[in-house]
Design a protein around this ligand. Structure first.
Ligand code: 3NM
Length: 241
């Protein structure tokens, strides 16, 4: 399936980043990433596996599970439930921050923030074949990210967001364009995040993002399945024109 990751889990092989290749550089990221955020889901009255089902039914093939305030046992149980659903649907699922949970839940990889484990340390846990993404907010962080063993660089917040206190002003689509330009030379795709809505999705992809990641706008209408379908169809139309 996508990302060249074996269903049996993370395999230890000679790390690509030690041989100078960019890990997972052949990967084609799905253009839409549904982030299943534990706090936002609970506030909207959703149980996470049900929300995963809704997003998958709507056509999402790239999920991220994020639970900033969760206890480890609960986090692993829910991650495992989400991974089972995602794999059955042929979707990629990554875990925010926790490389240990990603590995134990048999997820495809991990999304890291600037203060989380370094990409190299996370890879020691999830393996060379896994997806490892890194959040960035400044041009300096984007440049530094290019030398890490990562699969994609995330850039945000593109627009104002009330979902996360990032400590950064909105960076705008111009920063997405800049990140895409810098990442291109390394074959590193850009995932854009922060305040993205159905109305702005096309502009963000047009600025060079390979993928957009969304939390709040999925939950806003009360119909995440329909909302995901609208994103997937709108982005698919871009490829057909
Ligand atoms: N990370 P929404 S912005 C989780 O800039 C996250 O790195 C960001 O939620 C970053 O789609 C953000 O509701 C919140 O704005 C994304």
């Amino acid at each position: 399936m996508g990302f060249g990751i074996r269903d049996s889990g993370f395999e230890r092989r000679t790390p690509a980043y030690e041989s100078g290749r960019s890990p997972n550089s052949q990967f084609q990221l799905p253009s839409f990433c549904a982030i299943l955020d534990a706090d936002a889901s609970a506030a909207a009255g959703w149980v996470l596996p049900d929300l995963a089902d809704a997003c998958l039914a709507g056509g999402a093939r790239f999920l991220q599970f994020r639970a900033k305030h969760a206890a480890g046992g609960w986090f692993l149980d829910v991650a495992t439930a989400i991974v089972l659903r995602a794999r059955a649907a042929g979707a990629v699922v990554i875990v925010n921050d926790r490389a240990d949970i990603a590995r134990l839940a048999n997820a495809h990889g991990v999304h890291l923030g600037q203060d989380d484990l370094s990409p190299r340390a996370a890879r020691a846990i999830v393996g060379d074949a896994a997806v490892v993404g890194l959040s960035t907010h400044t041009v300096g962080q984007i440049d530094a990210a290019l030398s890490h063993p990562i699969s994609y660089v995330a850039v945000g917040p593109v627009f104002g967001t009330s979902t996360k206190t990032t400590g950064y002003d909105a960076v705008g689509v111009s920063r997405v364009r800049e990140a895409a330009r810098r990442g291109r030379g390394r074959g590193l795709p850009v995932v854009a995040i922060g305040g993205i809505t159905l109305d702005s999705a096309v502009d963000v992809i047009n600025a060079g993002a390979a993928s957009i990641a969304v939390i709040g706008d999925l939950l806003r209408t009360g119909d995440p399945e329909g909302r995901v379908r609208a994103y997937v169809e709108r982005l698919a139309r871009m490829n057909n024109v």
